[in-house]
Design a protein. Structure first.
Length: 101
């Protein structure tokens, strides 16, 4: 079965900056995980990540990546360390810590 899970009353998703949260409150978070898929044309990374302390529980998640060129040369199965900019709701850096064989 394929579909969408919608939680809440609907409406457009907003980033922290769009909600008017001061930039001093917005943070970057470090995460580690395994690449499920890198989608450079869509500018998205699907990663199965460990808990991101102070931000999110461990899960498989799709993230926007800025710039999308960070996705070049990533392969499914690569273990990565990444930086997530909460204000932009996007991954802003990726480091491969163990390449898939």
């Amino acid at each position: 079965m394929v579909g969408k899970l919608i939680v809440g009353k609907g409406g457009e998703m907003k980033t922290i900056s769009q909600l008017g949260v001061p930039s001093s409150v917005a943070k970057s978070f470090q995460g580690t995980g395994t690449v499920v898929a890198a989608l450079p044309r869509a500018g998205r990374l699907i990663v199965n990540h460990d808990e991101i302390q102070g931000f999110m529980a461990a899960m498989e998640m799709s993230y926007a990546v800025t710039p999308p060129s960070l996705l070049n040369r990533l392969n499914a199965g690569d273990k990565i360390r990444f930086t997530l900019d909460a204000a932009k709701s996007a991954v802003t850096s990726i480091e491969v810590i163990d390449s898939a064989k």
